[in-house]
Design a protein around this ligand. Structure first.
Ligand SMILES: *[C@@H]1O[C@H](CO)[C@@H](O)[C@H](O)[C@H]1NC(C)=O
Ligand SMILES: *[C@@H]1O[C@H](CO)[C@@H](O)[C@H](O)[C@H]1NC(C)=O
Length: 343
């Protein structure tokens, strides 16, 4: 009897959850400025520059719920995704001490984005139940002030890929897992095809709080296994979330001339928070999908940038979505210090 119920339950569970979803879609840059409504709400300016993608509700303060009702458009190709996704910018530091922002470029297989990033939402490989984020949900991945390995890097949650050739050099597709081209800090070599960074968010939730004071403790990385292996959740955070991941491609190729690099053999790229190690790479997320569509998409088994449960828009429409630059300071061209930094 027990076995029979167990088998029926397993079969039911499989028929409901068996199809894995991997959403992989582009979001153009909506603004590049020093605002961070998650870490420095209401503050103009925040300490360092970010590139922001997603819905037009983005400003110094973002409502803690129902973002999809405040925003009217999005730079993402899924038009019902009014979420905001943001990450630190990468700058090149010249020998004369001035900085230039490194452009982000569209990812392999995606075209039409202006800067921006590729966003992934992945359900568990084994087809088990996944609970999508809800209005008010927000979280961080990584620590802007981290400069040494450990912490988030032990999960391979944040890594860099040094591309052998432009726009994906034929390396193993799973990021963070190929030790010949991947590292948890910025490469000390020039990367012929540019630098890709992956930022994986925690996949386990406490089941109660949409947010927490540090924007981290309501969620957790898996109890075991590396982040990309979708390991089991710890008992403190038992609810499995979709794996949210950012992938940003930095076109560093116009800065690869070694005669421009530091004479001491170090590498010249530095993040907007003054980090030239890469250990401080981080991402911020404010959930803003319409209604219950993300949950449906995670259950139907979709791959890539189209999904029967979701509406899409062209990038010519997505790229019309804008938010005003509220900070108004030079962030491009050759600049003498990183915006907001004394260096
Ligand atoms: C979206 O439209 C509503 C209603 O027209 C308006 O009140 C709101 O300010 C708009 N939001 C943004 C971010 O432009
Ligand atoms: C600093 O170096 C860069 C790169 O070599 C160059 O383009 C720029 O003009 C220089 N700026 C100054 C003020 O010398």
């Amino acid at each position: 009897m027990f076995l029979k119920i167990f088998i029926i339950t397993r079969l039911l569970a499989q028929s409901i959850w068996a199809a894995q979803t991997v959403l992989r879609f582009g979001c153009s840059q909506i603004v590049v400025e020093r605002l961070d409504p998650l870490v420095n709400p209401g503050t103009n300016h925040s300490p360092h520059v970010h590139q922001v993608t997603g819905g037009n509700a983005f400003s110094a303060s973002v409502a803690s719920s129902d973002v999809f009702k405040i925003a009217n458009c999005t730079t993402c190709s899924f038009s019902e995704d009014l979420s905001n996704y943001w990450n630190a910018n990468l700058y090149f530091k010249a020998r004369n001490g001035t900085y230039k922002r490194v452009p982000q470029v569209p990812n392999r297989g995606l075209t039409g984005e202006v800067g921006g990033m590729t966003v992934y939402y992945t359900s568990p490989y084994d087809g088990s139940k996944v609970t999508a984020f809800k209005p008010g949900f927000q979280m961080l991945a990584g620590h802007a002030e981290q400069r040494v390995p450990g912490g988030v890097t032990q999960w391979n949650a944040i890594c860099f890929r040094c591309y052998n050739a432009k726009n994906f050099g034929g390396e193993n597709q799973a990021p963070c897992s190929d030790k010949t081209v991947d590292s948890v800090s910025l490469s000390t070599k020039a990367c012929p095809g540019g630098i890709c960074t992956n930022i994986r968010f925690p996949t386990c939730w406490d089941g109660v709080n949409w947010d927490s004071a540090d924007h981290l403790s309501h969620v957790s990385y898996p109890a075991s296994k590396a982040s990309e292996d979708n390991g089991p959740c710890p008992s403190t955070h038992p609810v499995k979330l979709p794996q949210l991941m950012f992938e940003v491609i930095w076109d560093t190729t116009s800065f690869n001339d070694k005669s421009l690099w530091p004479t001491d053999g170090s590498q010249p790229f530095v993040f907007s928070m003054g980090d030239n190690t890469g250990y401080g790479q981080h991402g911020d997320y404010i959930f803003g999908w319409k209604d219950n569509v993300l949950q449906k998409a995670m259950e139907v088994g979709c791959f890539g940038a189209s999904c029967s449960a979701l509406k899409t828009q062209s990038f010519s429409d997505a790229n019309k979505c804008a938010v005003p630059d509220e900070v108004k300071e030079p962030i491009d061209g050759w600049i003498s210090t990183l915006p907001g930094m004394s260096m």
